[in-house]
Design a protein around this ligand. Structure first.
Ligand SMILES: Nc1ncnc2c1ncn2[C@@H]1O[C@H](COP(=O)(O)OP(=O)(O)OP(=O)(O)O)[C@@H](O)[C@H]1O
Ligand SMILES: [Mg+2]
Length: 220
């Protein structure tokens, strides 16, 4: 389970302070599929980054499976990110000089997996997202939807319990977006927790639960 407790984030830029999150209390159960919606600047990405341990709150806490992530060292945080969480971003964030196999295998290299195991698993994961016949393609040789599927395969490389997507369908067309949602639903049926931020009401409607944000708060 994921739980935030009075989660607050203030960005300071010189004299100016931006209250990006204000006392957010949110509980996300294991195997839930939750969509987060809300206007631009309402704090959605900030919330995802804190839940995903990519950034630290100004005050308040994020608990993941009962662990207070604020009490972890940098190494401890890196371990949680590596073992429990898979990220998908709007801009895919793939490495352009590497092909699909190499992109997907990269996190497994950092996790210390053997070369052969990495390559086998990367191929399996690419097949799982429908890219079994594109494993030697580089990102620039694939469509937007295909690149995002490659990014999902990469997010799955370490078999995460939690998948976090920040507008994963934001840069692709509607049809390709539906395919991405089909894949995320499948991963949810496997028991993974899925948290997605989206601007698309149709995408949000496919989640089990929707939460709306405004001015740094999660509304009831
Ligand atoms: N690194 C940063 N430094 C300073 N201010 C920031 C930073 N990141 C975000 N902000 C500010 O915090 C607020 C929340 O930003 P956030 O990116 O979480 O919004 P969002 O809901 O994801 O918006 P969008 O839908 O446009 O992606 C905004 O007012 C933004 O300008
Ligand atoms: Mg955002």
């Amino acid at each position: 389970m994921i739980r935030t407790e009075n989660l607050t984030k203030v960005y300071r830029m010189g004299e100016v302070e931006v209250q990006a999150l204000r006392d957010v209390n949110l509980e996300i159960q294991d195997s839930e599929f939750i969509a987060i919606i809300g206007p631009s600047g309402s704090g959605k990405s900030t919330l995802l980054n804190l839940i995903g341990c990519l950034d630290k709150p100004t005050s308040g806490a994020v608990f993941i499976d009962g662990i207070d992530t604020g009490k972890l060292s940098e190494n401890g945080l890196a371990e949680i990110r590596r073992e429990k969480i898979g990220f998908i971003f709007q801009q895919f964030n793939l490495i352009h000089t590497l092909n699909a196999l190499e992109n997907v295998a990269l996190p497994m290299f950092f996790a210390g997996m053997r070369h052969e195991t990495r390559m086998e698993r990367a191929e399996e994961l690419l097949a799982k997202v429908g890219l079994g016949d594109r494993i030697h393609h580089k990102p620039s040789e694939l469509s937007g939807g295909e690149q995002q599927r490659m990014a999902i395969a990469r997010a799955l490389s370490n078999d995460p319990e939690i998948i976090i997507g920040d507008e994963p369908t934001g840069n692709i067309d509607t049809e390709a977006g539906k395919v991405i949602m089909d894949i995320l639903e499948g991963l949810n049926r496997e028991g993974r927790t899925i948290i997605v931020v989206t601007h698309d009401a149709e995408i949000a409607a496919r989640a089990g639960r929707t939460k709306r944000m405004r001015d740094g708060k999660v509304l009831d």
